[in-house]
Ligand binder design. Structure first.
Ligand SMILES: Nc1ncnc2c1ncn2[C@@H]1O[C@H](COP(=O)(O)OP(=O)(O)OP(=O)(O)O)[C@@H](O)[C@H]1O
Length: 341
């Protein structure tokens, strides 16, 4: 039962190898990463081949459907769990493709598929439960949280901001330990189409650094979906949450040749990514202090703690060792290559 497996391993790390682009193929670059089996990849390094283990490896041939099938935790979120899926990797490694899909949506990614799947599940259960779906969508840019719904109100809203009346979005935790974005506007959706339309509006408000790499997203995108279900027989209510996160590229500032505000962007991105690494590392090592407060991104990731607490004993040490290696590199400021992750 895949769900039982999910409950057993509270953090899972998947590796997706993206196919070489047409430009890369034309340049005749060598393929340096190869899937060995379901769980391991080998990477050519100057010091010879190295092997890395994951909970699952997807080859370049894997479809968006394959990815969604194995990362889908929608039922769990509907059942009242807090679930978070995020994509990590350097610019151009395929995070947005995996999370969102291609521009024309011929190959939709995890986010639109999740929207469809949750409303399908709710429809199937509509004789026994009533459901409420609401969402907030945030962007974390230069360590500042922006509400992607609020800014879409346009000029009028900007004016209220200048009078200091705009709500600030802050990451808080409720008594149950569930993280929420205080002050973020939430919107209800009654169909997958409605939810996707909200998502598209939110995406239109994201920051994109035009000069560095047009396609490159320089901010983290956070989609939070609250799912409330009421049992029609006994009236009991359960609420779960699905967070879908498309992280900014993890490349180093030096590599990109970024200047001034772009450098600030890159530094801020790296700071938040390495803070996230520290949190995962501390959780894996069962350290008493988990440095959640080091960045807004990790404040957001606190729910990972609640999820891991119950199951730390079940986490396989091999996977953790793997993760730690990447995190150690991040900490010591070494570059973590796409293949490492
Ligand atoms: N599995 C895949 N199959 C086909 N094309 C892919 C795949 N993964 C990525 N691509 C293509 O590679 C390019 C870069 O991918 P993408 O924009 O998703 O990278 P990214 O990691 O989100 O980068 P950034 O950090 O700059 O946002 C895109 O043109 C995308 O369509």
């Amino acid at each position: 039962d895949p769900e039982e497996k999910i409950l057993q391993y509270k953090i899972r790390v998947f590796c997706r190898i993206r196919p070489a682009s047409r430009a890369e193929a034309a340049q005749g670059g060598a393929i340096v990463v190869e899937k060995i089996d379901e769980y391991s990849v080998t990477v050519e390094t100057p010091r010879g081949p190295r092997e890395f283990q994951f909970d699952k490896v997807f080859s370049a041939e894997a479809s968006q459907e394959d990815l969604f099938h194995d990362t889908s935790l929608i039922q769990l979120a509907i059942d009242g769990y807090n679930v978070c899926v995020f994509a990590y990797g350097q610019t151009g490694s395929g995070k947005t493709f995996t999370m969102v899909g291609d521009k024309e949506q011929k190959n939709p990614g995890i986010i639109p598929r999740a929207f469809n799947a949750m409303f399908d599940i709710m429809r199937e259960n509509s004789s026994k439960f009533s459901f409420k779906v609401s969402a907030y969508m945030l962007e974390l840019y230069n360590d500042r949280l922006q509400d992607l719904f609020a800014s879409q109100a346009g000029e009028a809203h900007v004016h209220t901001q200048s009078h200091g009346q705009a709500r600030r979005v802050e990451i808080k935790r409720n008594r149950k330990g569930v993280v929420f974005a205080q002050g973020a506007e939430t919107k209800e959706a009654s169909s997958a189409q409605e939810l996707y339309a909200l998502f598209q509006q939110a995406c239109a408000n994201r920051h994109i650094s035009a000069t560095m790499n047009v396609e490159s997203s320089r901010s983290h995108l956070i989609v939070g979906i609250m799912l409330e279900s009421r049992n029609l027989t006994n009236g009991s209510v359960s609420s779960g949450k699905l967070s879908l996160v498309d992280l900014a590229g993890s490349e180093r500032a030096a590599k990109t040749g970024a200047k001034d505000h772009q450098l600030k962007e890159a530094n801020s991105i790296n700071k938040s990514l390495s803070a996230l690494g520290d949190v995962i590392s501390a959780l894996s090592a069962e350290l008493p202090h988990v440095p959640y407060r080091n960045s807004k991104l990790t404040q957001y990731a606190t729910r990972v703690k609640a999820i891991t607490n119950n199951a730390q004993r079940n986490v396989e040490s091999k996977e953790i060792a793997q993760l730690k290696e990447v995190i150690m590199k991040l900490r010591s400021g070494q570059s973590v290559e796409e293949e490492d992750v």
